[in-house]
Design a protein around this ligand. Structure first.
Ligand code: ZN
Length: 269
């Protein structure tokens, strides 16, 4: 059952608490991913006229009653000055605020990185290793991060500059002390070799969502993984590029290529 988020009184989905659909196996995921390659690289998005209050460069398009907006990890710790800052992370706040104010989406989901202290992804847990080094976890490479988004700290809150009232559900991820979680849909690989589902795919299907629009932080990590898993779960996926920022811009070419390879629409709203 959903639990209540203490900070903003919105229904929160604790990671894996709504696992109404089984996690896709790696074989299934590969199959879906390959299938997506037939989708055109870009979509033609019909955009309505801009309003006077609309920030420059932003326009809505391609949204229907079966569309959901997924806002990934817009939290102070990912902003400049935060524990794990994304380059220009705060630059998306104005556009995101405008987007939410349009009430264009019937379904809005936010994710919240929500780690217990001493989480396995923290470099401080693995001395003498330093942040941004990689270690092998459960047979797969894992980047070590600075301590960030520790439960109930200010840095882990949903960003206070955003009005989250229109958000229908919150996925808290990374709550397992031994498994990291980038994607809104599934944890990273755990000790049993599987990626447990968060329940988001089932939540969306129950509401007849067919299209997801993803934005937030970080472009090259959690938003990208969310987009990849959205495709694997069968959702038509739109990547709101201008409402994301990366840990480092050096990854942007690779991120665009990955999205293109998967047939994910890159939308510069
Ligand atoms: Zn994290």
């Amino acid at each position: 059952m959903p639990s209540m988020a203490p900070r903003c009184e919105l229904p929160a989905l604790a990671a894996a608490s709504l696992a109404t659909s089984p996690p896709a196996s790696d074989t299934e995921r590969e199959s879906v991913t390959r299938g997506a390659l037939a989708v055109p690289d870009t979509d033609i998005i019909d955009s309505p006229p801009r309003t006077e209050t609309q920030p420059a460069g932003l326009a809505l398009g391609g949204i229907n009653p079966h569309s959901a907006l997924i806002i990934v990890d817009v939290q102070p710790d990912f902003m400049p000055g935060g524990a794990l800052a994304c380059t220009g992370g705060d630059e998306i706040l104005l556009g995101l605020e405008w987007l939410l104010a349009q009430h264009a989406f019937d379904h809005v989901v936010a994710t919240q990185d929500w780690h217990p202290a001493g989480h396995v992804s923290f470099a401080s847990k693995h001395p003498p290793h330093q942040p941004f080094e990689a270690l092998e976890f459960y047979g797969h490479s894992q980047t070590l991060w600075p301590d960030h988004c520790i439960q109930r700290t200010e840095g882990a809150a949903l960003h206070p500059a955003i009005d989250w009232a229109s958000c229908n559900a919150i996925i808290r991820k990374g709550t397992d002390p031994g498994i990291d979680s980038y994607s809104a849909f599934r944890n990273n690989i755990g000790p049993d070799g599987h990626r447990p589902a968060t329940g988001l795919a089932g939540w969306l299907r129950d509401r007849r969502v067919t299209d997801v629009h993803v934005c937030g932080l970080a472009r090259d990590v959690c938003v990208l993984w969310t987009a990849e898993d959205a495709v694997a779960a069968g959702f038509k996926t739109h990547f709101l590029w201008s409402l994301t920022r990366p840990v480092t811009y050096e990854t942007d070419d690779d991120t665009r290529q990955r999205l293109s390879d998967l047939g994910i629409a890159i939308v510069d709203i």
